[in-house]
Design a protein around this ligand. Structure first.
Ligand code: SF4
Ligand code: SF4
Length: 335
């Protein structure tokens, strides 16, 4: 794999040897437990029905202006067991400044882009791990002078960030959004630190517990792709409002865009079809993006959203057992 690129399912060859199921918590994540029989647990158990609560959340999300997320780093120093960016499974991977600028140039040419998105969000993985983060921040602002710009971080490295980082954040008017986990971090002190540097702050992902993410939504993935894509999408709390920019393409969601990380790590065979994304080169105006985000996609067949469950936040067991799961801490993002 090119270390500068997050893998794309359509271009990632499966590793020669698959991990044995017993080796990890992969089965917490992909519910194709009976590959030999061709019918995974998700396929067998999925009702295909959409609960009214899930549908209501889905519709609420579609009424919001979407964000465009850019994973500047694929891996993370926290490794939540529930990361829909597959960060616990990702090898150290940094978006290159050159690739970022290439995509920004194309993005800036799209009619209406300055006001269409709620924000362009630099995230990951953990963005503060990127060695050239100040340059990425400045480049984003230079190409897109009028957009709202945010960075979402878990804050673990914030105290170690140098003046160049703070200068870039302040001069680019990039809001720092912290997702607060039960890590014991003094988040209040981190907000004060950012504000002392003249940087605006916000909170992402918290529920009723003072903004701390105590639970995560887990969606089993069906490697066989036997789910009804329309039902999956209609019950999906992710798709359509948290769009992902990846390698010259805009996807309707993070999880779907980043399936290549799972393929690379676990030897799964999730695949993208052309209808799963828009090529930046082919987008004429933001209407193209708006239409794309409001419909189900072929890759929605992998998400058994009717089996969604809330799990308590915990760190991934991936380091111990080479597994991960498919949930997301950002489902209630509110920044
Ligand atoms: S949810 Fe956020 S903090 Fe947790 S592993 Fe994923 S990127 Fe890292
Ligand atoms: S692939 Fe479809 S169902 Fe799955 S997270 Fe993305 S939008 Fe939702």
């Amino acid at each position: 794999m090119d270390p500068e690129h997050i893998p794309n399912p359509s271009t990632t060859a499966p590793p020669s040897a698959r991990l044995a199921p017993e080796s990890g918590s992969w089965w917490d994540y992909v519910d194709s437990r009976d590959r030999a029989g061709g019918q995974g647990k998700a396929a067998a158990q999925s009702t295909g029905r959409v609960s009214s609560d899930a549908f209501a959340m889905h519709m609420r999300n579609l009424m919001r202006a979407p964000t465009l997320d850019v994973d500047v780093v694929a891996h993370c120093n926290l490794k939540c067991a529930s990361c829909c960016h597959f960060s616990p499974a990702a090898p150290p991977t940094f978006l290159s400044l050159e690739d970022h600028e290439r995509d920004l140039e194309k993005l800036a040419r799209i009619e209406g882009v300055a006001t269409f998105f709620d924000a362009i969000v630099l995230m990951g993985g953990e963005p503060l791990l990127h060695p050239r983060l100040p340059e990425l921040i400045r480049a984003t602002r230079r190409h897109l002078p009028e957009v709202q710009l945010r960075m979402t971080s878990n804050g673990l490295l914030l105290k170690s960030m140098g003046p160049e980082f703070w200068d870039a954040m302040r001069s680019a008017d990039c809001k720092l959004v912290l997702t607060m986990y039960p890590t014991g971090l003094d988040y209040e002190a981190l907000f004060e630190l950012a504000q002392a540097h003249g940087v605006k702050t916000g909170v992402s992902g918290g529920g009723a517990e003072g903004g701390v993410v105590s639970h995560l939504l887990r969606t089993p993935l069906d490697e066989e792709g036997l789910q009804d894509p329309v039902a999956s999408f209609n019950g999906c709390p992710l798709g359509g409002f948290s769009l992902q920019l990846l390698d010259g393409k805009i996807f309707p969601c993070n999880r779907g865009a980043l399936l290549g990380i799972a393929n690379e790590r676990f030897g799964t065979t999730f695949a993208h079809e052309e209808d799963d994304y828009l090529e930046l080169d082919a987008i004429r105006s933001v209407e193209d993006i708006d239409n794309m985000r409001r419909r189900a996609h072929p890759m929605c067949r992998y998400c058994a959203t009717s089996l969604d469950e809330r799990i308590e936040w915990r760190r991934s067991a991936i380091e111990r057992s080479s597994g991960t799961n498919g949930s997301c801490a950002r489902t209630s993002a509110n920044s």
